[in-house]
Write a protein that binds this ligand. Sequence first.
Ligand SMILES: *[C@@H]1O[C@H](CO)[C@@H](O)[C@H](O)[C@H]1NC(C)=O
Ligand SMILES: *[C@@H]1O[C@H](CO)[C@@H](O)[C@H](O)[C@H]1NC(C)=O
Ligand SMILES: *[C@@H]1O[C@H](CO)[C@@H](O)[C@H](O)[C@H]1NC(C)=O
Ligand SMILES: *[C@@H]1O[C@H](CO)[C@@H](O)[C@H](O)[C@H]1NC(C)=O
Ligand SMILES: *[C@@H]1O[C@H](CO)[C@@H](O)[C@H](O)[C@H]1NC(C)=O
Length: 429
Amino acid sequence: MIALSTITLLSVLCTAVDAFSVPNVNATFSKSPKPFEIRVDRNFIEDTRLRVAHARAPVFMGAIGEGPSPENYTNVRDYWVNEYDWNTTESSINRKLKQFTTVVAPIIGNSSNPVPLHFVHHRSSRDDAIPLLFIHGWPGSFLEVSNIIDDLTNPPNRSVPAFHVVAPSIPGFGFSPAPQRPGFGPVETSHAFNALMNQLGYQKYVIQGGDFGGVILRFQAHLFPKNVVSVLSNFWIIQPGENDIRRLAEGLSTPDEVAYINILETYINQASGYRVMQETQPLTAAFAMSDSPLGYAMWIFALMNEVIDPTVKSWTPEEIITWSMMYYIQGPYGGMRFYKEVANDGALEAADFGTLPLVEVPAAISQFPYDITYRMPLEWAKRGGNVIRRNVHSHGGHFAAYEVPHLLLQDIWDWFGDEETSGTKAFIN
Ligand SMILES: *[C@@H]1O[C@H](CO)[C@@H](O)[C@H](O)[C@H]1NC(C)=O
Ligand SMILES: *[C@@H]1O[C@H](CO)[C@@H](O)[C@H](O)[C@H]1NC(C)=O
Ligand SMILES: *[C@@H]1O[C@H](CO)[C@@H](O)[C@H](O)[C@H]1NC(C)=O
Ligand SMILES: *[C@@H]1O[C@H](CO)[C@@H](O)[C@H](O)[C@H]1NC(C)=O
Ligand SMILES: *[C@@H]1O[C@H](CO)[C@@H](O)[C@H](O)[C@H]1NC(C)=O
């Protein structure tokens, strides 16, 4: 009897481990890529709308700079309750982006744990196309690739490079299920994404990323220098050191150094509260965020709004809701607590940024005025690795691929099109 129930229990456990799922989504994951279309349970969509309809607002007291404005709150609430049409959103994402699910099993140390992934994959028809891994960040998702993907796979002419584009969801974001236990951070993500590229037949590839994408690419390029040929980051962060701060105090810093330190200090002191919470007590926040779609939308909108260029873009209620849904559908806890894992892997230290692994392969960086890496000098960037080129723009912000796609595209074409400097001559047969 005992033996039999033990066997039954074991087989139940094994099935449970193998059967990955995403809450509220019709998704299956198997050992090789399968086409995927987003299909969210309509009862969940209606439950979400009702929660928004019943949301309770804070009693506002006219303070500014403490979060989104009361107007933002009512705009998003009213749009969500009366106009937001998930059916249209879902079908337009499915139409625009070819998505897949798979399971990869990277070997880390002596063990191999299966990792279920959701990803976008568009192949170019150009015979000389370069495989490009696009990695999104917080509080974004794979949707960040939407505005550049067509020009990457199908550029206007042969004088600029073409790419096979792979844009996965970090586990816990979008439709990649959250890890089932703690311990899955940027190191594990980079192992999983390298395994994904290999599974798709791309032994060598380049990476582009901002925010967490810019963090993960540094781990991935460091860990897999034979696979990652070259990188372009629009979030190459270097925390100023003691010597930099002393030079600032002594008035010895260059104008770029002063500007960068000020931007970083302003972010850390005035706009990073969400981050410290997610790094330390993500579950405390996740109880409220899982329960309140509107509260969660305001939680991410606070940052979304802080880091875009208002002369280029303003967020619509539709975008704010859809971006928050990319977390809310599966439940936001997994994505939120990624900060804790990033801190565990050393890339964040309380309110500061930590030390990232050295990138030995050729790297380029792009900086946009409303992002927090703006004006960081090239000499500082080189502390993080082999950074060869720095593009400084006069427009745009943190979500460059989405916000100023034409500017980022030009940087991607220029950098990876420079075969000698970027190393992409490795792709020429
Ligand atoms: C769920 O997806 C499978 C294939 O991935 C499909 O056959 C099935 O019809 C879908 N179910 C619903 C309710 O959409
Ligand atoms: C958010 O509030 C600001 C200031 O009131 C306003 O300029 C902006 O248009 C609002 N955005 C939305 C989506 O409500
Ligand atoms: C959305 O789709 C569901 C089922 O697919 C349908 O029941 C519902 O009426 C649709 N909603 C709208 C607003 O079209
Ligand atoms: C892998 O296993 C070998 C043999 O059991 C052991 O010596 C080694 O330390 C292990 N490596 C890691 C990274 O755990
Ligand atoms: C090819 O396209 C790029 C990007 O749009 C453009 O800058 C370049 O002038 C074009 N070259 C030719 C020869 O048309």
